[in-house]
Design a protein around this ligand. Structure first.
Ligand code: SF4
Ligand code: SF4
Length: 439
């Protein structure tokens, strides 16, 4: 199995083994063993759900520190539109200037990248042969969820790069041309609301390598950026180029409404997305044209690495989009960009059959029977005290050799009773061992 980088990791010291996280993981990637959580790497899609639910902050997302930008002679910030919703009474231009004052040589709005992606997707949707509904590729956690849990829907995914990648490519090309410097001397850093984006930089989907060189979390940059914005020295009129549509990509439904499609569904929150994907898989939504699924509640504004309450940020972004200065892209700009950069996936998205029991079908069947047999003997309460998310997963873990039946407290209690009974029976057989009440 391919080696995989994950942004979401466990801080073992902080984990108390409370099992809160195991049931919320959409891919059943967490187990608690010997009092500590463990993430099964092949299953994890870096959705960040476990970061949100852990009461002890033991699940963390690894991102790049702000000073890592100095590894490059030239530095470009790629702010996610979600960043705009983090600051009260602040316009987008002030945020962009603040980023430059933090040490970046240039800023390229990912929302402008989103404008391009909207134009590319609109065109792709005209293809009558395309599988319906077309599924957005914007949220990397959802694309990975499809690889792991819904491989039959891979062909529905729109094979167009994310706004972050498009922004990085355009930003590097433009800066290199303007300043006459080599593209490899330019570092492009995404200001990220989520862990899944960090993972998609290190382990990109559909491309060989990402054009983004690092990701700095909104949480990390918030303080320093807030101070810069409060004391702006520079009053240059930095061009805010993204259109209102591009900015609204931060909110659930933003991408869909930029496409001009009538029959679409925009769903946020990973469990809600799973419910809809199940319906798509069962051919219940064949008349749907477009499906936008976002892992976080409210969309990227609800990411685990943001500072502001997602609902507040969503409202601010809506208001900022109304005042946005950027214009819609012209047909010439879209055509020109298509020729200039790689904008679609160059690699096929492959399924990740991590739930498969065995490559050999006969052995897989045998293992399945064993799982059913063990499962029938378990209490069916899905209490999680064994450290697996459900009784069925516990049965599967036993068959895979990751757990023992005695990890189940009910099974253990039965066993203890049985042993106690045996002890009594043995002691009765020992001469003089039986208690005689008449003696
Ligand atoms: S929620 Fe998970 S990671 Fe957090 S303390 Fe409990 S078991 Fe450990
Ligand atoms: S990041 Fe998501 S998929 Fe990975 S372990 Fe946490 S909840 Fe599960």
């Amino acid at each position: 199995m391919e080696k995989y980088y994950h942004s979401v990791t466990l801080d073992k010291e902080k984990c108390r083994g409370c099992t809160n996280c195991i049931k919320r993981c959409p891919t059943e990637a967490i187990r608690v063993r010997d009092g500590k959580a463990r993430i099964i790497g092949e299953r994890c899609i870096d959705c960040g759900e476990c970061i949100r639910v852990c009461p002890y902050h033991a699940k963390v997302a690894l991102t790049d520190p702000l000073d890592s930008i100095y590894e490059f002679p030239y530095r470009i910030a790629l702010p996610a539109p979600t960043l705009y919703g983090q600051f009260k009474n602040t316009d987008i231009t002030a945020i962009l200037i603040g980023l430059k004052e933090l040490g970046f040589d240039d800023v390229f709005e990912v929302a402008r990248g989103a404008d391009y992606v909207s134009a590319f997707v609109k065109e792709a949707m005209k293809d009558k042969e395309r599988k319906k509904p077309a599924i957005s590729s914007a949220c990397p956690a959802i694309v990975r969820l499809i690889q792991v849990r819904f491989p039959e829907l891979i062909d529905n995914i729109i094979n167009i790069e994310s706004p972050m990648e498009i922004a990085a490519r355009l930003a590097k090309k433009e800066f290199s041309r303007k300043k006459g410097v080599k593209e490899e001397d330019i570092g492009a850093f995404f200001i990220t609301p989520c862990a899944a984006k960090m993972t998609s930089i290190r382990n990109p989907i559909g491309i060989e390598r990402s054009w983004v060189d690092g990701a700095i979390s909104i949480l990390e940059i918030y303080g320093p950026l807030y101070n810069k914005i409060a004391n702006l020295k520079n009053d240059e009129d930095l061009l805010q180029t993204a259109s209102p549509y591009g900015i609204l990509w931060a909110n659930s439904g933003g991408e869909s409404s930029s496409l001009g499609v009538d029959n679409y569904l925009a769903v946020d929150g990973i469990q809600n997305v799973i419910r809809v994907l199940e319906e798509i898989e069962d051919d219940k939504l064949t008349d749907l044209e477009f499906f936008e699924g976002l892992a976080c509640s409210g969309g990227c504004v609800g990411g685990p690495l943001v500072f502001e309450n997602g609902f507040v940020a969503k409202n601010r972004i809506r208001k900022l989009a109304e005042k946005a200065k950027g214009e819609d892209l012209s047909t010439e700009e879209v055509m020109y960009t298509k020729e200039k950069i790689q904008w679609y996936f160059e690699k096929e998205i492959l399924p990740k059959p991590v739930m498969k029991l065995d490559d050999d079908i006969t052995l897989a069947m045998k293992k399945m029977e064993a799982i059913e047999r063990i499962y029938e003997g378990l209490p069916g309460l899905d209490c999680g005290s064994c450290g697996s998310p459900s009784c069925r997963t516990h049965a599967e873990d036993i068959v895979r050799g990751y757990a023992s039946e005695m990890d189940c407290v009910f099974k253990l209690r039965e066993k203890v009773k049985e042993l106690a009974q045996q002890m009594i029976e043995i002691s009765e057989k020992i001469p003089g061992g039986k208690t005689n009440n008449n003696e």
